[in-house]
Design a binder for this molecule. Sequence first.
Ligand code: SF4
Length: 55
Amino acid sequence: MKHEIKDIHCNAKNCVYNEEGSKCVAGHIEVGPSSACTCAETICATFEPSAEVSK
Ligand code: SF4
């Protein structure tokens, strides 16, 4: 049974959109690639490294 996901819980703590408590605050995310066949092949394309990481 499919259901809408209201909140996105993400553990990518080095992303600018990731807030304490592993919450994604991007509002809208893009996930791909379209060729993915398993969970392991999907990647959040909205990921942006936080300032500490991109230094
Ligand atoms: S944009 Fe993607 S990687 Fe970044 S916190 Fe949201 S779900 Fe995670």
